[in-house]
Design a protein around this ligand. Structure first.
Ligand SMILES: Cc1cc2nc3c(=O)[nH]c(=O)nc-3n(C[C@H](O)[C@H](O)[C@H](O)COP(=O)(O)OP(=O)(O)OC[C@H]3O[C@@H](n4cnc5c(N)ncnc54)[C@H](O)[C@@H]3O)c2cc1C
Length: 512
């Protein structure tokens, strides 16, 4: 920081950016800019955060691009983003040497356990120093929600209020350091089809989705071959706050006449945005979802220390099940994969490989550029059957391969070891008939007997679900977290009622 250090320190408002890296529809920024003091827009690179097991280099790269874009935007608005590094409390202490802080403005964050604890420490730091820390609701997620029944109405109210325009920001006198770090990340970077951070890029994805890419969204979203193009791909832009959910809803509303022809797709798309909020609200209401089985009866069911060989085969796409391995390798290379395949990867690790969801969930978190704890951990638990309120749903990777990649195009691309086989042979790899197929390949043998592993997992999970007291705890979970709009799809007498028509290849509900 430079500037005239006169006896009287300049008074500033700090806007503390976290996973809300945008300049429009940003309440802390609008509020901070609305009073007489200049604004210091701040992002702090916190090395301790980036040491966490659910973070990775690909997250940082997206964050860095988002910060660069935000710096430019804010510069045009009056004061460019200030980038500092270190422990957040030490950084604030340092700033106090230069500035008098009128108030710190920030969004509430529904993040991982580390950010949750960090935010508590910032609150007490501010309280002890008599500094106002004003935290605003983030998107539609309500902190301290006491009644799930009202959440949906509150969400609608929030989304219908006008978005906040970019304010003019009164500048401070600050030297801008380069947005970079010397930190060595353990995880790898994205190699192919990289999505570049920043609000403008997020809007480009949304617009091209609405201008045609998404016309067949409902049907094409299930196949990894088609989903890359047919899905909106806005997930990282939402996860890092480059876009706000309200901006998207209002954009859809304003462009309704133009996008009317794709209304079934828009309906599905809007439901998914609602799922995002629905899941994030769960984590907001119960931060232990990241670390503890939602239904406590499942705690300790799987070994807490996962089988290292199985975990590593799964993580590296070397399980001997071609479609599953193709999906994992694609994810590792691109940082993204469609919902159905995420669910298959997760359920296979939790059921067939019988691995603890915390270990496999952390690996997926690192690989997803769009890692968003609010969606991720509730989904991880749902696909692992530990919520107690969702149907036990196991994906058979061979059947999924035949359904979603009938010509084995995707498998051939990502598992080239099998490139010399016919399509029929490829779809046999991993089945009981595998040994009967006479061919030479360096591809690994299946790490488990698929049918036997699936059967054993199902029996173990159902043994728990039949325990005395299981249902009463499940009902409590539904009361606290269950979707009100899709109530019939939550725990109802242990059965999920899906009408036959809903079973066509259209991804409609939370259940698959
Ligand atoms: C085990 C598992 C972990 C997941 N972890 C994440 C994660 O960390 N971050 C993340 O953004 N999504 C996660 N998802 C949800 C989903 O797979 C992705 O949101 C989606 O594939 C992103 O692509 P898209 O933006 O093209 O989605 P679209 O289909 O175009 O949907 C638009 C938006 O709706 C939300 N959304 C879509 N599907 C879901 C869903 N099933 N549940 C909740 N919200 C949804 C996302 O914000 C998404 O960007 C996970 C799913 C599973 C099964």
């Amino acid at each position: 920081m430079t500037g005239e250090l006169s006896r009287k320190k300049p008074i500033v408002n700090i806007v503390w950016f976290k996973k809300d890296l945008r300049s429009s529809d940003h309440k802390p920024l609008s509020e901070a800019a609305s009073n007489e003091y200049p604004v210091l827009p701040l992002y702090v690179f916190e090395p301790d955060y980036w040491e966490q097991k659910d973070t990775s280099q690909r997250h940082w790269e997206f964050t860095k691009q988002s910060l660069e874009s935000l710096r430019q935007d804010l510069g045009v608005m009056g004061q460019a983003l200030v980038f500092l590094q270190g422990n957040i409390l030490e950084v604030f202490d340092q700033l106090l040497k230069t500035f008098e802080i009128n108030a710190i403005y920030a969004h509430q964050e529904t993040g991982n356990a580390w950010t949750y604890a960090r935010d508590i420490s910032v609150r007490s730091w501010a309280r002890l120093r008599g500094i106002k820390l004003i935290e605003y609701q983030n998107n539609t997620i309500i902190r301290g929600l006491t009644n799930r029944d009202i959440w949906s109405t509150e969400r609608d109210n929030f989304l219908s209020k006008p978005t906040l325009k970019k304010p003019y920001i009164r500048p401070i006198d600050a030297e801008l350091s380069e947005i970079s770090t010397k930190m060595k990340f353990k995880g790898s970077t994205v190699l192919k089809n990289k999505q570049i951070g920043g609000s403008q890029n997020g809007w480009r994805y949304l617009e091209s989705f609405l201008e045609g890419r998404g016309n067949h969204y409902r049907v094409e979203m299930s196949s990894p071959l088609l989903a890359e193009r047919a899905c909106s791909r806005i997930s990282p832009y939402l996860a890092y706050g480059n876009l706000s959910v309200r901006e998207i809803f209002q954009f859809l509303h304003e462009n309704h006449p133009k996008i009317k022809q794709m209304s079934p797709s828009i309906k599905s798309f809007k439901s998914r945005l609602a799922w995002k909020d629905h899941f994030s609200q769960k984590l907001e209401d119960d931060f232990s979802i990241e670390t503890t089985c939602l239904h406590k009866s499942f705690e300790n069911l799987r070994p807490l220390v996962p089988d290292h060989i199985l975990l590593s085969a799964w993580e590296n796409g070397e399980t001997g099940f071609p479609f599953l391995d193709a999906c994992m390798r694609y994810l590792r290379a691109t940082g993204w994969i469609n919902f159905r395949m995420r669910a298959m990867l997760m359920s296979f690790a939790s059921y067939h490989l019988w691995l603890d969801w915390r270990a496999s969930g952390q690996i997926l978190a690192k690989f997803f550029t769009d890692y968003d704890p609010g969606i991720h951990w509730p989904q991880v638990q749902m696909q692992s059957g530990t919520t107690g309120i969702n149907t036990v749903r196991m994906y058979n990777p061979i059947k999924q391969g035949i359904d979603q990649d009938p010509n084995a195009t995707f498998i051939r691309k990502w598992v080239p070891e099998l490139g010399h086989l016919s399509t029929a042979e490829i779809h046999k790899v991993g089945t009981e008939n595998f040994n009967a197929v006479n061919f030479e390949t360096h591809y690994p043998r299946p790490v488990v007997d698929l049918a036997k592993a699936g059967r054993e997992a199902r029996e173990k999970v159902w043994a728990v679900r039949r325990l005395h007291g299981f249902k009463s705890q499940a009902k409590q979970i539904v009361k606290k977290h269950g979707s009100r709009q899709n109530r019939s799809k939550d725990f109802v007498n242990d059965r999920l009622e899906i009408k036959p028509k809903a079973r066509v290849n259209i991804q409609k509900s939370f259940e698959f």
